[in-house]
Design a protein around this ligand. Structure first.
Ligand SMILES: Cc1cc2nc3c(=O)[nH]c(=O)nc-3n(C[C@H](O)[C@H](O)[C@H](O)COP(=O)(O)OP(=O)(O)OC[C@H]3O[C@@H](n4cnc5c(N)ncnc54)[C@H](O)[C@@H]3O)c2cc1C
Ligand code: SF4
Ligand code: SF4
Length: 449
């Protein structure tokens, strides 16, 4: 087969936790999988998180082994920094045209030693992981646990000074590298394209992204993460350690003015988790959560919520109507409090730092390319949800994780197992497929070790 042509059983689109798990579950059964991820590393949003509710496990510690197992599985062909351009049905399934974007670094040669990064004289703002709060060199390995550990060069900012070229011991840098076209024949497809969060500037009542000390839940994840930008929690305007931190729930969910009427399901829990982590990191800080309802629906989640209350985190039932700033850039919230009899009262309170518990939005619309319709909420439509919860309206195309709707990591992983099972059953029943035999079963990945 030509090097730019691939034949697989399943094409998985998206390398977050759900896509990786689907790929591993299929590959462990002996199916050939291609996993296409548009970013330079797999891991999705999970690799950016600090710790996970409700166990408070270190996120990096539990995601990195999955990333590694995915990359090293002999039945998975991993393609990062790649975009699918077109999908066409053929008699055996689908043909995808994929473009692998140039890294200007030969992946096969790069050892991830970072000598190029150290030699490069120019810093550019790091937007993908750190929201512009740190910088990286023009040529860089995306982050310390990136998979693959390969450098990528941002050609638009490059000075072409050649310092990286001289420093690279593997002779891996190639300024002339072109995009590569690859054709993939796949018998089935699993969409695992994930989510984005409500933009910080979505609500003008909350400062429309202009107040420096009003940040998003994802930004707080980075401040709390051991791999975060500063190694400690500080407020952006002046680097001060915040003495009073407030969370505003449903800042982008259950909000008709934004056209987002659904509950994002993870924001209550991630706010409680972050509040607990903050009480550890800043023991003297006062932490308040303004909420409409706390939705702690999963196994162990209600206990997690009760533990947070017992730790002294203040929960105030009320709707934050607006945020303003005083002369020192301290945010002031105006809250409509609701008592048990449904009576309302207005309160104003100043905090050092505010975290908006932003909601989950669909990350990708597969309608144009895959002819897979989305539902009213913008997430992939699952026409027969109660019976086939991973089936789209296109035969042979399945969906998993937050591409299907807001959900946490546990549910994303469970749905991945279900999508893999449905794809495997489809492969067994569709024409011409040779089911995996004991001889062609691979050694199992380390994912269950
Ligand atoms: C602030 C915050 C904190 C959270 N904390 C927790 C927690 O503590 N515990 C918990 O259980 N859950 C938590 N969550 C939820 C958790 O992040 C998600 O459940 C999980 O990341 C979903 O994984 P996924 O694979 O569905 O999506 P993603 O992680 O979004 O992965 C999707 C992947 O697909 C790629 N992609 C998208 N479109 C394309 C395309 N067209 N082609 C190729 N690739 C594509 C993306 O680049 C990405 O890598 C939190 C969420 C937020 C916002
Ligand atoms: S050539 Fe470009 S990437 Fe290489 S060191 Fe110079 S500025 Fe950095
Ligand atoms: S491009 Fe060269 S110097 Fe840079 S990480 Fe790769 S091997 Fe090291």
């Amino acid at each position: 087969m030509p090097p730019n042509k691939l034949e697989v059983d399943t094409l998985v689109v998206g390398g977050g936790i759900s896509g990786m798990q689907t790929a591993l579950d299929l590959a462990d059964q002996g199916y050939q999988v291609a996993l296409v991820e548009r970013k330079s590393s797999i891991g999705g949003k999970m690799i950016d998180l600090s710790k996970v509710f409700p166990t408070l496990d270190c996120c990096s510690c539990i995601t990195t082994p999955k990333m590694s197992a995915t990359a090293h599985h002999d039945k998975i062909k991993l393609m990062t920094y790649s975009e699918i351009q077109s999908i066409n049905r053929n008699p055996g399934g689908f043909t995808a045209q994929v473009v692998k974007k140039p890294r200007y670094v030969r992946e096969a040669d790069c050892t991830g030693c970072r000598s190029c990064e150290l030699a490069c004289p120019l810093d550019i703002s790091e937007d993908e992981h750190e929201f512009g709060r740190t910088a990286h060199r023009v040529i860089y390995v995306p982050f310390s646990t990136a998979v693959p550990q390969k450098a990528v060069l941002d050609i638009d900012h490059c000075l072409f000074c050649g310092k990286c070229l001289q420093a690279c011991p593997a002779d891996a840098i190639d300024f002339t590298q072109q995009a590569e076209n690859i054709e993939i024949d796949a018998r089935s497809i699993v969409l695992a394209t994930g989510f984005e969060t409500t933009p910080l500037d979505a609500k003008k009542e909350y400062g429309a992204g202009k107040f420096r000390n009003v940040i998003s839940g994802m930004m707080m994840e980075r401040l709390l993460a051991p791999t975060g930008p500063y190694g400690r929690v500080m407020r952006p305007s002046d680097g001060k350690m915040p003495g009073s931190i407030a969370y505003i729930q449903c800042a982008g969910s259950r909000d008709e003015t934004l056209g987002v009427t659904y509950c994002s399901r993870v924001c209550c829990m991630y706010a409680i988790k972050q509040a607990m982590l903050l009480s550890g990191a800043l023991p003297l800080a006062e932490i308040t959560i303004y909420y409409m309802d706390i939705r702690a629906f999963g196994k162990g989640y209600e206990q997690f919520y009760q533990n947070a209350k017992a730790m002294g985190i203040e929960f105030i039932k009320g709707k934050v109507a607006r945020i303003q700033e005083d002369g020192d850039q301290n945010p002031i919230v105006r809250v409509e409090l609701v008592d048990e009899l449904g009576q309302t009262r207005v309160m104003e309170r100043q905090h050092d730092l505010i975290v908006l518990s932003v909601g989950l939005l669909p990350g990708y619309n597969p309608q144009a390319l895959y002819n897979v319709p989305v539902a009213e909420d913008g997430f992939v439509n699952i026409p027969n949800f109660n019976v086939v919860p991973t089936g789209t309206s296109q035969e042979g195309i399945f969906v998993t994780g937050t591409a299907a709707g807001p959900m946490d990591i546990v549910d994303s992983i469970m749905m991945a197992g279900s999508a893999a099972a449905m794809a495997a059953a489809y492969l067994q029943s569709s024409n011409g497929h040779t089911s995996p035999t004991p001889e062609n079963q691979p050694a199992r990945s380390m994912q269950y070790a």
